[in-house]
Write a protein that binds this ligand. Structure first.
Ligand code: NAG
Ligand code: NAG
Length: 147
């Protein structure tokens, strides 16, 4: 009993620390390729392998519950990353809007979103949208993205 209790307490403490993490300051950019629902996940780093999304029953971008709110991210290190399918909340302090994104691929910095998703979040349009927009981001449970 004592061991079980200690282990449960450690789990709770760890969870509380994780929840209390301040949001990460990062940037977002956009790519229309993330807006195409028929695109196979075979074209991404999150294809097959134990952590791949095809392996977990999601063959295309459009098959993911949050689509078109999906993203490439620097937090996906490469093929078979344990961050494949991770759910992140991205908050735009300028609009006060946020979006839950399912990670599907790598990206050089921050997060790369479907253009329409980024415009809805930031309030920019295709004429005036900057190449890089500062945001706050935090990892949330995958269940919040329906995975
Ligand atoms: C993928 O990563 C997991 C660990 O997260 C590992 O067990 C597995 O062997 C890796 N490779 C493939 C092809 O699944
Ligand atoms: C984009 O937004 C700017 C600033 O609000 C506005 O002046 C411009 O007309 C908009 N362009 C389009 C194509 O909607």
């Amino acid at each position: 009993m004592k061991f079980a209790f200690t282990s449960l307490f450690a789990t709770l403490a760890y969870t509380l620390v994780a929840v209390a993490q301040p949001p990460l300051q990062t940037t977002i950019n956009f790519d229309d390729r993330y807006c195409v629902g028929s695109t196979s996940l075979q074209t991404t780093a999150c294809s097959t392998g134990e952590n791949g999304l095809i392996t977990r029953g999601f063959p295309t971008f459009g098959s993911l519950p949050t689509f078109p709110a999906i993203a490439g991210s620097q937090f996906v290190e490469g093929f078979n990353s344990t961050s494949c399918g991770a759910c992140w909340e991205v908050f735009d302090p300028n609009t006060g809007r946020s979006v839950f994104l399912t990670l599907v691929n790598t990206a050089p910095t921050g997060f790369t979103l479907c253009t329409d998703t980024l415009l809805a979040l930031t309030g920019f349009n295709r004429t005036n949208v900057p190449n890089s927009i500062p945001v706050e981001a935090r990892a949330i449970p995958a269940a919040d993205c329906g995975l």
